[in-house]
Design a protein around this ligand. Sequence first.
Ligand SMILES: [Zn+2]
Length: 298
Amino acid sequence: MTSALSLDGVFLVPPEHHVPDTDRAAATQLLGCDDRTLDTLVRRGLTVRDDRFDGRDLFNLALHSGTGRTVPEQAFAFSLRWMRGTAESLLAPRTLSFTLTAACRCADVVLALPRPDRYGGAVIPAPEADVVAGTTVSATIRTEGRAVPLRSPVLRGLVEEFAALGVRWVKLPDALREDESLVTTHRVATCESASRWLARRCREAGYAARTRIGWVVGMLDLVHAWVEVTDDDGETKVVDLIFAGFAAGVPGANPLLTDPAVALRTNRLVPTGFEVGARVARHDCDAPVTVRIKPVKE
Ligand SMILES: [Zn+2]
């Protein structure tokens, strides 16, 4: 592990997808470094155009800097502190208010509904479909976790194989977010591409598997993705490579999160009815889509 800003192992947004959206002042702030360090990074290859940087390059560089001082590292450490919780806190039933909003005036907005009823939970009012028309979805949801053995040695081997690759979770342009080839060629992944990689490997090994997209309570607007695979005992299990990877970087994380012999579906996981490739909001503009999932006192 390095303890300084370094481009070693950093996947830079390719030139054709580069968006120069961040100036020097914002860059040094995001990286927690001075101008001299930024100049050194540029000399070593950090992409700059008209003295501006791609915010995703800076975010990825900062998140994986190992300094512990950058804004992305601190934001992640804060967002993931629940990983230190007890098994009970990861699995116990929860009641939450859910709101998904597309901040736009498009005529035909379609939003994905939360479907924790697929995972032993409930949605109130009960959904009749996986989507609903309109710019806002509000529901009360109940989630519950489950931790069961991942029995198949083949499936456990795939989980271990991914962990051994040392893949970094990164922000990528939309055009690359689902590109599973980057997992092996550059050892970088999004939740989507890692899930696609695993689902494909499971299917190649003869196991029924699919990806699933949804949200994670406490992770703001991050749309997450994971895999559902039918194990040797006939039960469909959740395997979440990216959260296992995050947990590996959280000191004191509950070992259920990183054990390749455990299929863990936490009570924070809120599935949709969709797999990777679908969008949680279908509309014609690029207005932001926000999700708010908050505990409800009972
Ligand atoms: Zn819109």
